[in-house]
Design a protein around this ligand. Structure first.
Ligand SMILES: *Cc1c(COP(=O)(O)O)cnc(C)c1O
Length: 398
């Protein structure tokens, strides 16, 4: 089938919830993807920050194939070797002691909230059920994580929302202090807001939240679904500020493109869970974990977070130069290879024109171009991206 045929069938049979571009992606190689009509694109979306090692990575493909031949699924009624190996490697390379695997970012965040409520009971504060999250955040699309997401436009029409959430202003300690009360069990935030428009948290804000949580013995939860796994130039974004949360959630890049999410906690928190408290049929699936193990081993062997930091610094500098050149550009934000370019105009037209020139980028929050390529892109690929973007900006807003 070609692009048009696949699109026509999709419109007939798939629920109409995504704003999809008119191409069907059928193949990938490194930082490039190909559509069903044979067009080639430089991929600065990477499956929404999922394909950290690019497409068709040999070690990941090999791990998936080998595990699929050996054991695809057996359930968490038994121990699973790829799952415990991945848990060990995550613990050894972070400040956490225990891991729970699920299938997505939303499921990871739900699990983190469940653990926070159990921890409150365990610490003899059963009245603490509430989680304070940030305005403009994004935590997922299930009813609970949709509620946690501090964006009214996503709530509209899905009421009644889950009880137990309050919202505070990001990077505003006074606003958090006003939201935290006797009913609060946790504060949950992204260390760098991705979907909301690429806004980093101030180090002082994070330090103050850490102190507040310690004073009240409530939990600090970082949603690192997008920022985790090398994206911001460290394996986890919390390692940039040095402010460590009590619970961290992961997904996107964790499974090398297979559905895999996780949350991790220190022992003192994780011990609040007892057998039967949480679960997931597919969570920690052997194939997904074998892929995750291949991804993490590759990241550690080749120091891919450092590559992301270097390429990201280069891109940020070059994008900064463009700000002076084009009046429609306001600011570059973000770090590593999670970069946002704030526009004064809607970004949809720029996304479309980049697409026509063979570059995939994404626009978030209406006026922010988000660049989230594979962490492994070469300098030549970075320059190809800059050239296409420059050409399009010259056309649109010189
Ligand atoms: C993508 C994302 C989620 C949701 O992940 P799903 O796998 O789509 O459920 C949650 N939090 C953040 C920060 C994300 O970027």
């Amino acid at each position: 089938m070609n692009n048009a045929e696949i699109k026509a069938k999709g419109e007939k049979y798939c629920m109409n919830v995504f704003n999809r571009l008119p191409m069907a992606m059928v193949r990938g190689e490194g930082a490039y993807v190909f559509d069903a009509d044979g067009n080639k694109y430089l991929d600065f979306v990477a499956g929404i920050a999922v394909n950290a090692l690019g497409q068709a990575h040999p070690a990941v493909a090999q791990a998936i194939a080998a595990q699929a031949r050996q054991l695809i699924h057996a359930s968490n009624l038994y121990w699973l070797e790829p799952q415990v190996q991945l848990a060990e490697l995550l613990v050894q390379n972070s400040d956490f002691d225990k891991v729970f695997f699920g299938n997505s970012g939303a499921e990871a965040n739900e699990g983190a909230v469940k653990l926070a409520r159990r921890y409150a009971i365990y610490k003899e504060h059963p009245e603490r059920k509430c989680v304070v999250t940030m305005k403009n955040s994004f935590h997922g699309r299930t009813l609970l994580t949709l509620t946690a997401t501090g964006q009214d436009k996503m709530h509209l029409g899905f009421e009644p929302l889950a009880p137990g959430f309050k919202y505070a202003q990001y990077n505003n300690l006074a606003s958090v202090l006003a939201a935290v009360d006797e009913a609060t069990c946790a504060i949950m935030l992204e260390p760098l807001q991705g979907e909301g428009g690429v806004y980093p948290a101030d180090a002082e804000f994070l330090q103050a939240l850490r102190q507040l949580c310690d004073e009240r013995d409530i939990l600090l939860i970082y949603d690192e679904v997008q920022t985790g796994m090398g994206r911001t130039g460290k394996l986890f974004a919390y390692q940039n500020s040095g402010v460590c949360p009590d619970i961290i959630t992961l997904a996107k890049a964790l499974g090398g493109g297979l559905p895999l999410g996780a949350f991790m906690a220190k022992d003192k928190v994780a011990q609040a869970f007892k057998p039967g408290d949480h679960g997931s049929t597919f969570g920690g699936n052997p194939v997904a974990c074998a892929a995750g193990l291949a991804v993490l081993n590759e990241m550690l062997d080749k120091d891919i977070p450092a590559q992301a930091a270097a390429t990201g610094a280069y891109l940020k500098e070059r994008l900064g130069e463009m700000i002076n050149e084009f009046p429609c550009l306001l600011e570059v934000r973000g770090c590593g290879l999670l970069l946002g370019l704030q526009l004064t105009i809607p970004g949809a037209d720029i996304v479309k024109k980049c697409l026509e020139r063979g570059l995939l980028i994404n626009c978030t929050a209406g006026t922010v171009l988000r660049f989230i390529p594979p962490l492994t892109i070469s300098r030549a690929e970075a320059d190809e991206f800059l050239q296409i973007l420059h050409d399009v900006l010259t056309e649109v807003c010189a």
